[in-house]
Design a protein around this ligand. Sequence first.
Ligand code: ZN
Length: 221
Amino acid sequence: MSYGTSSIPLMVTGHKLHYFDIKTIIMAYIKEERYDEQTTAAIAAHYKEILRLLGEDPEREGLVKTPERVAKALQFLTHGSQQDGAEILRSAMFNEEYQQMVLVKDIELYSTCEHHVMPFIGKAHVAYIPNGTITGLSKIARVVETFARRLQVQERLTTQIRDCIQDTLNPLGVAVVIEASHTCMTLRGVQKANAVTTTSAFSGIFLKDERTRNEFLNLIR
Ligand SMILES: [Zn+2]
């Protein structure tokens, strides 16, 4: 990105003015990350001590900025706990008479195991059958993201996604399947590199009607 000459102030962050040239304004999508300075500094101070306890020299070149980087990474990986999944769905709700299955499959999933603070990675498949109200398809993926970006266990993640959609859209039913590989299991512990954990949660017609449930399970195969 160029911070060019024919510039106009585009964004004010804190006290700093950022200047972007005209071309950048037209071309670029600018995504900005912001972190609370006090929280970052506090986590970093603890992490510096952790590095020391691991027998490292936190002052050596490669590690000097590591505590701050880790502090920011941890805040990013858990920022979903400050978001409201229901609000995300409500931001795009439409009346629609469609009463067939809406399925969003293979949603990439990155979450963090709350027992080891290590990532688990996989995909989520989410379906619902509307009952007068639909939501934007991207909102389904965002709900997954919101609940994944927290300290989690896969089981709770699965039911939280189901409950959020069921309680907010009030559809005829919701189905959620998550398949994930847990690095706390593949890189440490039993070290089973290919183990995949599958969890599922259903509500409404997906619970009551085996045909509907099987249709969903066939579609995500
Ligand atoms: Zn774990």
